[in-house]
Design a protein around this ligand. Structure first.
Ligand code: SF4
Ligand code: SF4
Length: 203
């Protein structure tokens, strides 16, 4: 005679094992859950370590990080706005962050809110503009990070050289021409590659 399923030796063994072993489920939210090592929780910006480059926004699969440049504010600013309600906690932002510290996966697993704004996290960075045409060069922190990382090699690039020289107090601000046309003295200003080409060809 065929035994009912719950009397099968294999099933009985499983039942006894389940009754006598420790509980599999957690008591969250009554008892805080302790994530295991390597757990990928909520990604968090570190405002000091972030240089505002926007690489995290480029690699984010659901595009949940907005990069908003405001050139009208004084000084011009870049805002990186992360929308956690769209985040899939994949860790690509942390993996591709050039400083390795600008955004890190935390252990936080419970994010609660009642409106999209409750899930926004924001970092602001001052922007450096081309002193000739006013286009965006990069955030100041990114240029600073780059010049320090390149060391002496930074002096091979005129704009990086000007930036570092000014930071060190070795170079005064260059003469900025007025109007759309570039002039020879514009060589001593911070420039985008397009304007740099024009001033380099200026005779
Ligand atoms: S430094 Fe890292 S966190 Fe900051 S914008 Fe760049 S990639 Fe994103
Ligand atoms: S963890 Fe993934 S989805 Fe979330 S912000 Fe980073 S890259 Fe985007």
């Amino acid at each position: 005679m065929k035994l009912p399923a719950f009397l099968q030796p294999r099933v009985l063994k499983q039942v006894l094992s389940a009754i006598t072993s420790a509980r599999y489920t957690t008591e969250f939210p009554y008892v805080p859950y302790r994530p295991i090592e390597g757990f990928r929780g909520r990604p968090k910006f570190d405002e000091t370590a972030c240089i505002g480059c926007g690489a995290c926004a480029e690699v984010c699969p659901p595009k949940c990080i907005d990069v908003i440049d405001d050139l009208e504010s004084t000084p011009p600013r870049r805002r990186l706005v992360q929308h956690l309600d769209a985040c899939i906690w994949c860790g690509q932002c942390e993996r591709h962050c050039p400083t390795q510290l600008g955004i890190r996966m935390s252990n936080e697993y419970d994010c609660v809110g009642f409106s999209p704004e409750d899930f926004e996290e924001c970092v602001e960075k001052e922007l450096l503009l081309c002193e000739v045409c006013g286009t965006t060069l990069a955030p100041v922190d990114q240029i600073r990070w780059l010049t320090r990382r390149l060391g002496a090699l930074a002096f091979a690039n005129p704009t990086l050289m000007m930036f570092r020289g000014r930071e060190l107090g070795l170079i005064d601000e260059g003469v900025k021409s007025q109007g759309d046309e570039v002039v020879r003295s514009d060589r001593l200003t911070l420039q985008c590659p397009k304007c740099r080409r024009k001033t380099a060809n200026f005779v």
